[in-house]
Design a protein around this ligand. Structure first.
Ligand code: NAD
Length: 458
């Protein structure tokens, strides 16, 4: 075991050895198989609920520790918002109450459809919400009666190891089985390949970018895929502009724009654009001109010249960094309270078409709702992830909601309302657009099983 990993866990937990963390991925899978069998044969649903309640309360109690570990290891986002993300998942991730049984009763007898576990789930997690995804996935997967083997993002393996250890310790303290949640100490593409090919792993759940989604969809195994987003925002000329400006900047700057749901580009009606920008500046945004936009492109994007067109990829070095740091790199000394960079660009600009995951918000002026929807659809790229709109015009709202066809659509509020922060409904850190499960929860990780009892004395 790598010393730093042992140290980071021992620093916080001096008594227990690392739980659920294996040198070899094969051992992580085998232990998860044993744990799941034990869970199903020796424990009841109410025991699973007890584990989950405890996982949630320990996450809440350790939210600062978890946020600090993630921030120190990944060096992305900001500490305070990471505390809030852990609080959100601890309070609003559903457990066994999410599972329902459907029954039909009649002259011919009784038929029930139960939500049953898959068995062992292989879960792949991102660097942007590492422990949040691992704890949230674990809650839903265990609630449904599964065990889980994680292949964490290599850049976040230590904080994830702490989360895996913490979850196992909690379950053991409630008298539960060991290794319900496991991981390989050094996750790689090879360890993912072993997980994908192992016949004991019955379901894959991947949270990450397009490369990951493609890989697990090609595995030939049932997969829940939570892929990339690039959420557009439309602001029309009936909107409460003050409210729009405040919410858009807060949503875009949250955890330095790391969340896949965070506002990534704005399409605003021309006749209210100046007012929106003015109000955004009042809400800690700084506007930059064309020269600085060019400098910022050179800093945060990597240009790839192909035969037919120029393509851009993000320079990962700058993902999740503070707006003030990005500004200082292009020679601007911004005020302390600046948390978001805004700029006016055209609809095909690389800042619009690339999922930046940095507090940079491109703004495009549009003449009407037709143009706004067309541009927003192009920017979202059919990912079926998230979109937002500020308007009092029901027709415009309905039209955009239908045409963009995303998993999350929030009206007149910020992105996080879509996952239960300042909006109704439960939370998740795995939003499965490509495979259609949407806002995942315990029921996502179940198989439908029908049991039929026929009335013999008919
Ligand atoms: P990433 O795609 O680089 O990594 C995610 C995971 O996939 C990691 O464990 C990584 O090791 C693995 N991976 C990466 N490329 C792979 C490939 N070609 N084959 C197999 N495995 C691969 O993502 P990241 O930078 O950590 O996270 C950011 C991305 O994830 C963004 O695109 C964001 O929108 C997306 N995301 C989506 C959701 C959602 O719920 N839909 C949630 C969080 C993040």
């Amino acid at each position: 075991m790598e010393n730093t990993l042992i140290d980071s866990i021992k620093d916080i937990d001096k008594e227990t050895p690392c739980l659920g963390i294996f040198e070899k991925v094969e051992d992580a899978i085998e232990s998860a198989v044993k744990a799941q069998k034990k869970l199903i044969s020796s424990y009841k649903k109410k025991d699973r609920e007890k584990f989950i309640e405890k996982i949630k309360s320990v996450t809440l109690a350790n939210k600062e520790v978890l946020a600090k570990l993630v921030f120190e290891e990944t060096k992305m986002g900001n500490y305070e918002d990471k505390i809030l993300k852990h609080e959100l998942l601890a309070k609003y991730t559903p457990g066994t109450e999410d599972l329902t049984t459907t029954a039909w009763e009649g002259d011919d007898g009784l038929t029930i459809v139960e939500m049953s576990p898959y068995g062992v789930i292989g879960a792949i997690t991102p660097s942007t919400n590492p422990t949040e995804t691992v704890i949230c996935n674990s809650i839903g997967m265990i609630a449904a009666g599964n065990s889980v083997v994680f292949n964490a993002h290599p850049n976040a393996k230590k904080c994830v190891a702490f989360a895996v250890h913490m979850i196992n310790k909690v379950i053991l303290s409630c008298g539960g089985p060991e290794n319900l949640v496991t991981m390989v100490k050094d996750p790689t593409m090879e360890s993912l390949d072993i997980i994908m090919k192992d016949p004991n792993v019955k379901l894959l759940c991947g949270t990450g970018g397009p490369g990951l989604v493609k890989a697990i969809l090609n595995s030939g195994k049932k997969a829940v895929c939570a892929g990339a987003g690039n959420p557009p925002v439309i602001v029309d000329d009936t909107a409460d502009i003050e409210n729009a400006a405040k919410n858009i900047i807060e949503g875009c700057a949250f955890d330095n724009n790391l969340p896949c749901i965070a506002e990534k580009e704005v399409f605003v009606f021309r006749n209210v654009a100046d007012e929106l920008i003015k109000d955004m500046i009042k809400n800690n945004a700084m506007i930059i001109g064309e020269d600085c936009v060019e400098k910022l492109i050179n800093l945060v994007l990597e240009k790839k010249d192909t035969d037919s067109k120029i393509e851009y990829a993000i320079n990962k070095k700058w993902v999740g960094k503070d707006a003030r740091l990005l500004l200082s790199e292009i020679g601007i000394d911004a005020a302390k309270d600046i948390k978001c960079i805004i700029c006016e660009v055209d609809a095909n600009h690389p800042f619009v078409m690339t999922e930046l995951m940095m507090p940079i918000l491109p703004i495009v002026r549009v003449k009407n709702i037709d143009e706004a929807i067309e541009c927003a659809k192009k920017a979202e790229q059919g990912r079926k992830h998230s979109a937002y709109m500020y308007s009092k015009d029901i027709e415009n709202l309905n039209r955009f909601e239908k045409e963009i066809d995303t998993t999350i659509f929030v009206e007149n509020s910020k992105s996080f309302a879509g996952v239960g922060l300042g909006g109704e409904g439960f939370t998740t850190f795995t939003i499965a657009g490509p495979t259609g499960e949407g806002i995942t929860s315990a029921r996502t990780f179940t198989r439908q099983r029908r049991c039929v009892v026929v009335n013999r004395d008919k």
